[in-house]
Design a protein around this ligand. Structure first.
Ligand SMILES: *Cc1c(COP(=O)(O)O)cnc(C)c1O
Length: 233
C-alpha cells in the first residue's frame, strides 16, 4: 500500500520534471533533497523506500541521533547522502564534519577552517555550498553578495573541503518579480564561480513553495520539506 510520503514524493518529482521540461532544461538536471528536519526516522525510511537518497537536516543534535540510528539499521543500505543545511555554530562543527557528506550553510571562514580541520582523515572531502544572503536582509544567515567570491577563493584551497556551489533562501515574498530577481542573481553568481572552479556544479535553491520558479532560474537542487513530509507544526 502506498503511504502518504511516497505519494508526495511522486507528486514532487512530477512537479520537478514539469518545471525542468518547461524551462527547456535536460531531464535529471535537478536533484531532489528531502528536508527531514523535525521528522522521525520512520518517515525518513519511508522516503528512502520510495527511492529518495539525499536528505537535508538543520539541527545538529537531532540530526546526529537520527543519522546514527539509520546507519545501524540493517534494512537500509548505507547509501544515504546527508546534507547539513541549517545555521552552524563553531562549537558544533566537529559533529557535522564527522557525520555529514555535505554542508550547504557555510557563510564564513571560521566555520570553513574548523570543518576542514575536523574532517576525519579517512573520510572523503566534505562537499561545501556557500550560503548566500541573496536578499541582503539584516540578521539573516549567509554571506553577503560582495563577500562570496573571496570566501569561495579561500574555501577552494582547503584540502578536506570541496567547493560544490552555492545555496540561498530567498526573502519571503509573494511577489514573483522579487523572487525571480533573487534567483537570477544566484544563477549569475553560480555561472561566475563555475568559470573559476570546474568542480562547482550545485545551485541549491527552491523549496516547497517556489520550486518551479527556482528551476526556471537554473536551480540544480531543490530542498523540499513540507511537500514531502507534511507541515512541521
Ligand atoms: C526547512 C528548510 C527547507 C525546506 O522548506 P519547506 O518549505 O518545508 O520545503 C529548505 N531549505 C532550508 C535551508 C530549510 O531550512
Amino acid at each position: 500500500m502506498m503511504n502518504k510520503i511516497s505519494k508526495h514524493i511522486i507528486d514532487v518529482k512530477k512537479r520537478i520534471a514539469y518545471a525542468t521540461q518547461n524551462a527547456g532544461r535536460p531531464n535529471n538536471s535537478v536533484q531532489l533533497l528531502g528536508v527531514s528536519k523535525k521528522k522521525t526516522v520512520a518517515a525518513i525510511k519511508q522516503a528512502y523506500e520510495c527511492g529518495l537518497r539525499q536528505f537535508g537536516e538543520n539541527y545538529v543534535q537531532e540530526s546526529i541521533e537520527k543519522i546514527k540510528e539509520i546507519r545501524l539499521d540493517c534494512d537500509l543500505e548505507n547509501d544515504i547522502v546527508w546534507h547539513f543545511i541549517g545555521p552552524l555554530q563553531s562549537n558544533k562543527t566537529r559533529l557535522v564534519a564527522s557525520h555529514f557528506d555535505w554542508v550547504q550553510s557555510v557563510d564564513r571562514m571560521k566555520i570553513a577552517h574548523r570543518l576542514n580541520d575536523q574532517r576525519p582523515q579517512t573520510f572523503k572531502p566534505l562537499n561545501i555550498c556557500l550560503q548566500v544572503n541573496v536578499s541582503e536582509e539584516q540578521a539573516k544567515s549567509g554571506a553577503n553578495l560582495s563577500y562570496v567570491l573571496e570566501l569561495a577563493a579561500q574555501v577552494s584551497i582547503l584540502p578536506n573541503l570541496i567547493l560544490r556551489g552555492i545555496m540561498a533562501i530567498p526573502e519571503k515574498s509573494d511577489n514573483l518579480i522579487v523572487l525571480q530577481a533573487q534567483f537570477n542573481t544566484m544563477h549569475a553568481l553560480f555561472q561566475t564561480l563555475k568559470e573559476t572552479y570546474p568542480q562547482v556544479d550545485t545551485l541549491s535553491m527552491g523549496m516547497s513553495s517556489d520550486l518551479q520558479t527556482a528551476i526556471k532560474c537554473g536551480s540544480t537542487m531543490v530542498r523540499i520539506g513540507t511537500d514531502i513530509f507534511g507541515s512541521r507544526n
